[in-house]
Ligand binder design. Structure first.
Ligand code: UDP
Ligand code: MG
Length: 315
């Protein structure tokens, strides 16, 4: 018999948690495998933590790790991976957008031995604002073109993996974590399981348009150096152009003695080049900021409370 670990990041999920637990426990009990349900309380301000304490008293499959503050979903998933012991490990949302009913099939696929991971992707973006879908599509096209993180459009974080893959993910110790990219980067044989998009069962999503935008920029910066190359290309192009322009001006001066040059065009060129320089400095700044955070070697998360004794409290 093998062991399955299910990692569930929870941030203010008191409304969805009881429904999720009921559903997940029903499916997991029917699996005929050992399992642990690892809930990571990501600094919730509602009563998520007290609900988790209660659940862990009632059910000894339940492990909870409670952060000292909100560290974000990426940190919550990382803490789950670091403190999981299963031969098979899954990550899923607490809002039933990742249906636990898929778990038996996912496990069967892994046990057949051909794959190391079963990942899910939603086939539709129903219920999402069209502008968000449009930006999401462009993001996936762009990041796949300019990076070696292989990301499928509509991919969710919901996936079941074998232990080897989980160890590889833990070994990627970077501070700026972008799991969608990390899952692709480590490789392994992945089976993609499509399913219809589900609406959140209760509570509210933690994302808004600008947070998603920042997430996209972080993803690109974490997995691609293309923006830096583009900035350098601009620089080279501008240098060549200005050199040609200089030759033109000298030639004109020598041949025609043309003394008056346009003020407006000069200002335009100055503003254009100034803007371009600021853009390129901004791009470099983004990378520098990430490098700065990496060099500090701050912990990814701090656990202030748990019902499990032997855990990595700070990592
Ligand atoms: N989450 C978290 N920390 C955060 C934000 C979200 O642990 O700072 C959890 C949240 O509780 C949920 C999952 O991450 O279980 C996905 O969040 P959400 O449902 O808001 O995202 P969406 O499904 O809309 O992409
Ligand atoms: Mg959700």
């Amino acid at each position: 018999m093998s062991t399955v670990s299910i990692i569930v990041p929870c941030y203010n999920e008191s409304e969805s948690l009881p429904i999720f637990y009921r559903e997940a426990a029903k499916i997991l009990n029917s699996l005929d495998e050992e399992y642990e349900l690892i809930f990571v309380n990501d600094g919730s301000s509602d009563d998520t933590l007290s609900q988790l304490r209660e659940l862990s008293n009632k059910d000894n499959h339940v492990v909870y790790l409670s952060f000292s503050r909100n560290f974000g979903k990426e940190a919550a998933m990382f803490a789950g991976f670091c403190n999981s012991s299963g031969d098979y490990v899954a990550v899923m949302d607490a809002d039933l957008q990742d249906p636990p009913a898929l778990l038996p099939d996912m496990l069967k696929i892994l046990k057949s031995g051909e794959y190391d991971s079963v990942a899910t992707r939603r086939t539709s973006r129903a219920g999402e604002p069209p502008i968000r879908s449009w930006f999401a599509k462009r993001f996936y096209q762009l990041i796949n073109r300019i990076s070696d993180a292989d990301i499928v459009d509509g991919a969710r974080d919901f996936r079941l993996m074998k232990r080897d893959m989980v160890e590889a993910i833990i070994a990627m110790n970077e501070y700026n974590r972008f799991s969608k990219g990390i899952f692709g980067w480590v490789g392994f044989r992945t089976y993609w399981l499509p399913y219809e998009n589900m609406e959140r069962i209760a509570g509210k999503t933690k994302w808004n348009f600008w947070k998603l935008m920042k997430y996209a920029v972080d993803g690109i910066i974490s997995f691609s150096q293309a923006p830096l190359s583009i900035a350098s290309c601009f620089g080279i192009m501008m240098t060549v152009c200005s050199f040609l322009f200089l030759i033109l001006i000298i030639a004109r001066r020598l041949m025609f003695g043309d003394p008056v040059a346009g003020w407006a065009s000069t200002i335009c060129v100055i503003i254009f080049i100034g803007g371009l320089q600021l853009l390129c400095i901004g791009i470099i700044g983004q990378y520098l900021a990430k490098t700065y955070m990496e060099t500090k070697h701050r912990p990814h998360y701090i656990i202030s409370e748990s019902n499990k004794k032997s855990i990595d409290k700070i990592r």
